[in-house]
Design a protein around this ligand. Structure first.
Ligand SMILES: Cc1ncc(C[n+]2csc(CCOP(=O)(O)OP(=O)(O)O)c2C)c(N)n1
Ligand SMILES: [Mg+2]
Length: 361
């Protein structure tokens, strides 16, 4: 190397936030002021419902009563913490594992069960939930989320758009393109990276050589922060702050969490990761630490947990019963594709009806 005139033209850093640690101790100086102990009980109940929903959905799939499923267990704090920070009018754009976000935003449980039975009617998100449908093609939700955020800014609405993506998704071109646009046009986007350490069998260290995924924001001129994604208070506070700042531009929040279960019901993680790794993450369980705090304060106990479990089971059983009674209309394969019916689809629909393709349904 020759002699260069050295002048630093840029530097930045990424901060890490934790408020509630693995032992159930809260750093009161960082605690969000809206979250008193009563509100923390509500957060815990939502996380508990999400976990119970997850177990139910997995069990239904194993019985042949759902087609597939992507479990959320281990990622409750990231999902419930961020969803609880949303204001009523904020919108969210999920990937395909954010069931806890839907539940927190009031999506009918029945609709979630219909979705995983394989029916597109399960994608019908009620307007007041303010969310979009599950998006399976990895990272394709990001340009959409940015466009939605741009539209909100254009209309001068005080609305933030909270998008979700996995660690694997951040390697896709769509992610970089979306962040680039978001930075240039300063759209009100909060991009949550739900870093659960795995993208099916690809571990985090093979996903990117960058030490954090949050720093991908910096190249786009966006604020980036990393939080303990198993700490519901840290996720809540980071999201709340980013939403408050959304009128000035976007934020990327990398939540460090862990996929405790299978990728989907077609996956066997014992082929590519060790039990000891999973065990180590179980010690950082997002529910356990809230429970430890609440129990020490005598705000929770095994009796209340039993009561919550049976109330949840009742809600879930009722929702499954309704979902299993749902009869899809096969016509929607044609009618739900475009806002209008193109000739080619109309011809296929006519042929299907003439030939009684769905006779016996
Ligand atoms: C464009 C695209 N490529 C590949 C796949 C297959 N696929 C589904 S999920 C997934 C991994 C996603 O990992 P990550 O983004 O970390 O999300 P996670 O599953 O961990 O929630 C892949 C490769 C897909 N759905 N879409
Ligand atoms: Mg992942």
């Amino acid at each position: 190397m020759g002699v260069f005139l050295l002048k630093q033209v840029f530097s930045d850093n990424v901060n890490y936030i934790q408020i509630l640690d693995e032992n159930g101790v809260i750093d009161e100086s960082l605690r969000p002021k809206e979250i008193d102990d009563k509100e923390l009980v509500e957060m815990y109940k939502k996380m508990f419902l999400a976990r119970q929903y997850d177990a139910k959905q997995l069990s239904l799939q194993r019985q042949g009563r759902a087609v597939t499923y992507a479990p959320l267990i281990g990622e409750e704090a990231t999902q419930i913490g961020s969803a609880m920070a949303m204001r009523p009018n904020d919108m969210f754009v999920p990937a395909f594992r954010q069931h806890g976000v839907y539940i927190t935003r009031g999506m009918p449980l029945e609709t979630l069960f219909i979705y995983w039975r394989g029916y597109e009617e399960g994608d019908a998100v009620p307007k007041d939930v303010r969310g979009y449908s599950n998006i399976v093609p990895v990272s394709t939700q990001m340009p959409h989320a940015v466009g939605i955020a741009y539209a909100q800014k254009y209309k001068k609405n005080d609305v933030a758009v909270i998008s979700y993506i996995g660690d694997g998704g951040t390697s896709e071109g769509d992610f970089y393109e979306a962040l680039n646009f978001a930075g240039v046009f300063k759209v009100p986007l909060v991009s949550i990276i739900e870093n659960n350490q795995w993208a099916i069998s690809v571990p985090r260290e093979k996903q990117s050589a960058a030490p954090t995924l949050a720093q991908k924001a910096i190249a786009a001129g966006i604020r980036g922060v990393q939080v303990d994604g198993n700490d519901v208070l840290a996720v809540y506070e980071a999201t709340r702050e980013a939403i408050e700042n959304a009128k000035n531009g976007p934020t990327v929040i990398e939540c460090i969490t862990y996929r405790l279960s299978i990728h989907t019901t077609a996956d066997d993680p014992t082929k590519y990761r060790t039990d000891s790794e999973v065990e180590a993450w179980k010690q950082r369980d997002p529910l356990l630490r809230v429970k430890k705090y609440l129990m020490a304060k005598q705000l929770w106990g095994e009796d209340l947990e039993q009561k919550a479990a049976s109330e949840n089971a009742k809600l879930l059983d009722e929702a499954v019963e309704k979902a299993e009674q749902f009869k899809p209309d096969p016509k929607t394969m044609f009618t739900n594709v475009y806002s209008y019916m193109p000739r080619v689809l109309q011809d296929e629909l006519d042929a299907a009806e003439d030939n009684n393709y769905w006779q016996g349904e």
